[in-house]
Design a protein around this ligand. Sequence first.
Ligand code: CMP
Length: 205
Amino acid sequence: MKPMPHPKDERTLVIIKPDAIERSLVGDIVSRFERIGLKIVGAKMVIASPEHIEAHYTLDPEWRVKTGEKSIKAYTDKGQKHPVSDDPIKVTDVVLMKLRKYMTSGPVLVMALEGAHAVAIVRKLIGSTEPLSSDVGTIRGDFVLDSYQMADIDNRSVRNLVHASGSVSEAEKEIAHWFKPEEVIDYRHIQEKILYDVNLDGILE
Ligand code: CMP
């Protein structure tokens, strides 16, 4: 039988989006991932093509439905009707068109991060998709003030600074989409000794 994967070996994909780069927030954002104990195992700056962006978002076959439903719910929660459609797929078609423009408007910094429960921890640190409702203390809650409503009025994507994988299987597909295998580096980080070592021996002489 294959041994259970250890949670500390989990990896996730993060994209620091063009708006974060233009606002010089790279250091602030990356420092939040570093300070919690995640290890950077891959990083590169790229100008993505619209096709690469569309392929990235549609790697998960459920993404179209989930994204449309989330957007419709943001309106129904306020007792309003979605301005585009009540069909999630039609809503997402429009979102995707805007995303192709947003995500290719400048360079992005793509990162693979590794550490215990990397997928869930990073999603917690970045906060929910819409900055208006992201919790204070999260990256989106602290550094940006956008909303679905503003994005719809101005016919553009929600500017929320970062993307992060939603599940372990999605992370595997997304890392393979952005990185060649040799661009993701296996190495030991000194703080892993304190984060994960079972006995914590070797501290006292
Ligand atoms: P991200 O986590 O990268 O996943 C999809 C992105 O699409 C999301 O962050 C937002 O930038 C954008 N987005 C999602 N829903 C909408 C929407 N309803 N209107 C505009 N942009 C959206």
